[in-house]
Design a protein. Sequence first.
Length: 517
Amino acid sequence: MKKRIEKQRYGLLENGMKKSSLLLILPLITYLSCATSGIREEVMGRSDSISRDNRHVVQRIDEILKESLLKQAQVGVKAVSVASGRFVYEHQPHKLFTPASNMKLYTTATALRFLRPEFRFRTEVSLDSQSVRGVLEGNLHLKGYGDPSFDTPDLLDMARRVKLAGIDTVQGDIIADGSYFDDWEYGEGWMYNGADSWYAAQISGLGLNDNCVYIEVNPKESLGRGVRVSPDPSTQYVSIVDSAYTVQDSLNSITVRRKWRDRENVIVVAGSLGVSCESVGFWRNVENPPLYTGTVFREMLEEVGVSVKGDVKVEKVPENTQNLFIHLSPPLGTLVAAMNKPSNNLDVEMVLKTIGAEMYGTPGSAEKGIQAVNQLLVDAGLFPDSLRMTDGSGLSRYNQVSPDQTVRLLIYMYRCFEVQPEFVASLPIGGIDGTLDNRMQDSTLVRRVRAKTGTLSGASALSGYLSSRKGDIIAFSIMMQGYIGSSGPFRELQDRIVEILVDYGSVKSFMKKERKK
């Protein structure tokens, strides 16, 4: 059982300054301990400053960008020393690109900066009447406040606490409330491709397990129609249609799809699975996350011995209810790593709307969250009107940002002492974890890079920090788009560019590489 944490609330931006006011007084102030002044002057105007330290870097990256693979693609690169603001390399740095999941850098930076690393998301269970002799005559309410980490063990713990409170029977309904967010279930510009996949789950203020169910498929012991299908959590909220076959050979052609076009929580398992095959698993999202969470809550209450006589309904919780229990998430500073390292779309979208709700009032929305991101950009010396942000995760193709803007953001966050450790630690480590676990595994690159990947069809990006052989920390952004086919070859080019940037300032290393040619 998780340790109960005292309820905490933190104030946000008490000055309440408007964007127009910030633009007027920005030259006169420094926000908290974040170094904002001078970033624009340091980073801009360095393109012609090619020194002995970076001459070989410029030459070698220029050669990579001439390769035939990139002839039809568009490429933008920017690399700057964090300490000095000194130009290292750039190529079309101001061109706007589809950033894909590089957009998460903007959202998580804003969350850490304004919500603070110690911020915790909450989920509440409340009553609208007192229980008498173990019987609650009224309703049992479950309200979410955008916790992206809320999962089955958390919900089971809440069910057990209802039982421990002396409630054996609920005569009323289970009320599930996700109204902390608006009712837009998806981000602007999201496509229908993979509409039932984990990476495109519906957004709600109350959800569970990233608003997905895990479907495990095993072969039956005997050949013929059917396989063994096990949903997790084990819930009646989803219906399973098993039309697959267990076959003699080791063939695995299993498909698991939800009937998303009909907006039904019906999961169809088809294809065939060899009798000797190991289990295979699939994450599939669900319709109506609050109803899903409320249904599983009711099932768990029954499991721990609390009888529920009423139904599960999605409604707003009345204001006069009495809190029975408040579940608090781990701190935001911990959760951002679970967002950026595996590149979790839903979690970041929930964070974007939470920022909006906490700063500008409920219901939280993407529009309000983006308003907060724009305020961060102003703080960092950027102009929000020079880029376009439509969602928090980068799943939308409407997003447009440049390598130059991304590098400025990275430099700002690195110099922001209050949140820098959490922000940098949230990024995948080259050759070690997250979406970079299988990249940069050469001994000269392992652990030298902390960066966010981004991939959509025809678009690939890599932005973050690296440590050069000289010991300099370099903020970089590499964005590519407009190509056809796999992103694999383009990711390899990104890694080669990173390897060259690691050699920044190391002329001896460059000369050794030249002699080996």
